[in-house]
Design a protein around this ligand. Structure first.
Ligand SMILES: Cc1ncc(COP(=O)(O)O)c(C=O)c1O
Length: 388
């Protein structure tokens, strides 16, 4: 049996007529950049996320960059980011000649550890970027409380977490000062290329975000501030407009798949409970845990990635690949050990949880069209590897 890490073809076939028609409509209209389709998308996403303002931008990376520009991050400012995330979270800070300061992450949620975040605050700290990694909310109560105590802005990186609800029902990306989303094809709501979104409930920040994405001006060729080309194009917007009504059912299917994995792993005797963080037996598989599951909100986790932990991760990766099972290591090297951040002076051992995750995590297929048989096959294959 073949189990790809991600197969978007069934999703495309399901929506083919609508998607093809929408793409042709853009070609017929010859309206390619921003315009009515992007505005329609922004309105729908304000309603879906329950926030006041949303602006389509060119990617999740640019969403983060434009957010930092909107809060006036300057050279020498410090911005705290989790040590374990996709590169963009830290890269955008350096691109503004500010200093990324790393904080360790929580071993259960893989999200920024609020206590370590607070420890890293100095007089130069201007912002924190909590990342709702793999589709689960950070501990936003603690983060917002610490940020407000120290007068620090909160830029939420919700690139992997569109629709995720915090335990109080609010969507992530609408809790801090600015929320950043990605429509990269592998995200739960993916377009046909690159795309992103910024959200805010603050009128002044909204105005800045809106003009920053078009070179910092309202009227053409008159520039109030220095911005860039961070525009979303109409082709991407129509694709998202077609897909958005289905997002929650796709995320629900991913939750079902995650539950099936847990059930099969536990039945096979490979795992005990979700969220265990210690390897007391090297043949065990540690399962991810949805910490806000008991809160009663529907989208307590959207499983953009389903991440297990195993001690002999690299060998398992090879075995799964040989057996036609797609898998990926997110992320093999934490920020503080990346060559480009050597100048920051961190050393191996500085962030024990993040280093441990980089050495033991493996993403398994979890996309919405996966079948129960495929999930069972993945677990059986892992069982074969462990017991051989
Ligand atoms: C956590 C996180 N932040 C930012 C990004 C950047 O998004 P994009 O690829 O749309 O630029 C991604 C995308 O993979 C991500 O996973």
């Amino acid at each position: 049996m073949k189990v790809p890490l991600l197969d978007l073809k069934p999703q495309y076939n399901f929506l083919k007529e609508e998607l093809d028609a929408a793409v042709i409509r853009v070609a017929e209209s010859q309206y390619f950049i921003l315009g009515p389709e992007v505005e329609k998308l922004e309105k729908s996403l304000c309603e879906y996320l329950e926030c006041k303002y949303a602006f389509g931008v060119s990617s999740g990376t640019d969403a983060l960059l434009v957010a930092l520009m909107a809060i006036d991050i300057k050279p020498g400012d410090e911005v705290i980011v989790p040590d374990y995330s996709f590169f963009a979270t830290a890269g955008v800070v350096s691109r503004l000649n500010a200093k990324p300061v790393f904080a360790d992450v929580d071993p259960v949620t893989f999200n920024i550890d609020p206590m370590d975040f607070e420890k890293k605050i100095t007089t130069k700290t201007k912002a924190v970027i909590p990342v709702h990694l793999y589709g689960q909310s950070c501990d936003m109560d603690s983060i917002m409380q610490i940020a407000s105590k120290h007068k620090i802005k909160v830029i939420e990186d919700a690139a992997q977490a569109i629709g995720v609800q915090y335990k109080d029902g609010r969507c992530v990306g609408t809790i801090g000062d600015i929320g950043c989303f990605s429509f990269f094809p592998s995200k739960n709501l993916g377009c046909f290329g690159d795309g992103g979104l910024v959200t805010t409930n603050d009128k002044e920040l909204a105005y800045k975000l809106k003009i920053l994405r078009v070179h910092g001006g309202e009227a053409k060729y008159y520039h109030k501030i220095i911005g860039g080309n961070f525009r979303l194009d109409a082709l991407q917007a129509v694709v998202i407009n077609v897909k958005l009504p289905h997002l929650d059912s796709w995320s629900e299917a991913r939750r079902r798949n995650a539950q099936l994995y847990s059930k099969f792993f536990i039945e096979a005797g490979l795992s005990e409970e979700e969220g265990k963080i210690i390897f007391d037996d090297k043949n065990k598989v540690l399962l991810p845990k949805a910490v806000y599951k008991s809160s009663g909100v529907k989208n307590y986790h959207i499983y953009n990635q389903y991440i297990i932990r195993v001690e002999n991760r690299n060998e398992l990766k090879e075995f799964l690949t040989q057996n036609n099972i797609g898998n990926e290591i997110y992320y093999p090297l934490p920020f503080h050990l990346q060559e480009c951040f050597e100048y920051l002076g961190y050393r191996k051992g500085d962030f024990p949880v993040s280093e441990d995750l980089a050495n033991t995590t493996l993403a398994l297929p979890v996309y919405s069209d996966l079948t129960e048989e495929q999930i069972e096959y993945v677990v059986q294959t892992i069982n074969k590897f462990i017991r051989k």
